[in-house]
Design a protein around this ligand. Structure first.
Ligand code: SAM
Length: 376
């Protein structure tokens, strides 16, 4: 047997294999009988959405529609009302003996009205089961691209943030900028702070913004781009923003199964991976402190991990009160999930927030999102 030249330096198990082994253990117990089908979807080609760029002069909407795509944001049955045994804004109280939170139904059976959504965020997708790929976007006469390709479920945290005219907004972990672009499509933001601790990724973010936005929007009066450690944001600015997006670094489940390069499951990054829930908690707390009283925060990840999703939110609710005297209310996102149930598969048993789980016929996600409102 001839040994390969680099046999000694090559890892026995590549990081993608280690990731799959890890997910098989944790997600088979977390998702039970659902895991085998979610596993197949995660290992198959993902589906994209085309986020429409309202600032481009190209009329791509007609072109996309002629290819059989539809805008999933507007193409829902909005007249339908949802009957659920819960108030849209649910209060959470801590149980005395643990840090877990208990969901309390304050008003019993309710007819929920549809959530308010920005009519200007549009994201085109091919129908269920159709795995056609989008062509690369083309520049218009001023060089601006007509759409941005991203996981369509990544638009949900931006819709959930519910930006209104005149809002000040912080995007704490913004690079490479997909969600920033979606938020900017609202054309409602008064001032936008974009931050990402990685300098190289911040440069990528700037390039993305230049490819999609007219120069008039990229001024110091409207936009600030920084590369701070987001966990320290509370030391810089407190009680300031109407809306905060905390889209944290996570195990990026789909990417970790596909790419060995720069994989969070590589042996050299074990410490970093194990430290993720703590980093996520610190980032979420910093986002909570940066929001103004009455302000709203959306926490999001692209992992199925309960520890990185619900676990982080539970701890943040507890620590915000204990360490900062900030009371938080969890906003029920079930009306939003119900509205988009024909486009995405939502997990049915998530305690806090909503989780889009990959499915072969609608291979988006995983995307977890949870919305918090500052009461004090
Ligand atoms: N929101 C982005 C988008 O939609 O394109 C994706 C953000 S990605 C999931 C997480 C980002 O967090 C990475 O770009 C990473 O550089 C950044 N990050 C990691 N640690 C951070 C920290 N301590 N402070 C701020 N950003 C951090």
């Amino acid at each position: 047997r001839v040994k390969g030249k680099w046999a000694t330096s090559r890892p026995k198990y590549p990081p993608t294999t280690l990731a799959l082994q890890h997910f098989d253990v944790t997600y088979s117990s977390q998702l039970g009988h659902l895991w085998p089908s979610v596993r197949v979807a995660l290992l198959s080609e993902r589906k994209y959405g085309a986020l429409l760029n309202n600032f481009s002069l190209n009329d791509v909407e007609e072109d996309l529609a002629s290819q059989g795509c539809r805008d999933f944001v507007t193409d829902t049955d909005r007249k339908e009302h949802v009957s659920m045994e819960q108030d849209p804004e649910v209060e959470f109280s801590e149980t005395s003996d643990s840090t877990s939170v208990e969901q309390r139904d304050t008003f019993g059976q309710h007819q929920l009205s549809q959530p308010h959504l920005s009519p200007t965020i549009k994201c085109f997708v091919f129908p269920r089961g159709d795995i056609t790929r989008f062509k690369p976007a083309r520049p218009d006469s001023s060089g601006l691209l007509g759409y941005y390709l991203m996981d369509a479920a990544s638009v949900l945290p931006c819709l959930a943030l519910d930006v209104h005219a005149g809002h000040n907004l912080l995007d704490l972990c913004a690079a490479p900028g997909g969600k920033t672009l979606a938020l900017l499509q609202t054309q409602a933001i008064r001032f936008l702070c974009l931050n990402d601790s990685s300098i190289s990724r911040t440069s990528r973010l700037k390039k993305v913004l230049q490819s999609y936005l007219p120069k008039e929007l990229l001024t110091r009066e409207k936009l600030r781009i920084t590369s701070f450690d987001g966990t320290k944001w509370g030391e810089i600015e407190q009680n300031t923003f109407d809306r905060v997006l905390v889209d944290v670094p996570c195990t990026t489940d789909r990417h970790s199964l596909m790419e060995d390069d720069n994989n969070i499951f590589s042996k050299s990054r074990t410490g970093e991976r194990r430290g993720l829930p703590q980093l996520q908690l610190q980032l979420l707390l910093a986002g909570v402190v940066a929001a103004c009283p009455g302000g709203e925060i959306v926490y999001s990840t692209c992992t199925l991990s309960h520890i990185q999703n619900v676990g982080v939110v539970e701890q943040a609710i507890h620590l915000a009160r204990e360490n900062h005297g900030i009371h938080l209310k969890v906003v029920d996102l079930r009306p939003l999930a119900h509205m988009f149930r024909n486009t995405f598969h939502f997990a049915s048993d998530v305690q806090l927030g909503e989780l889009v789980i990959p499915h072969l016929a609608a291979n988006f996600g995983p995307i977890y999102l949870c919305k918090l409102k500052r009461l004090s």
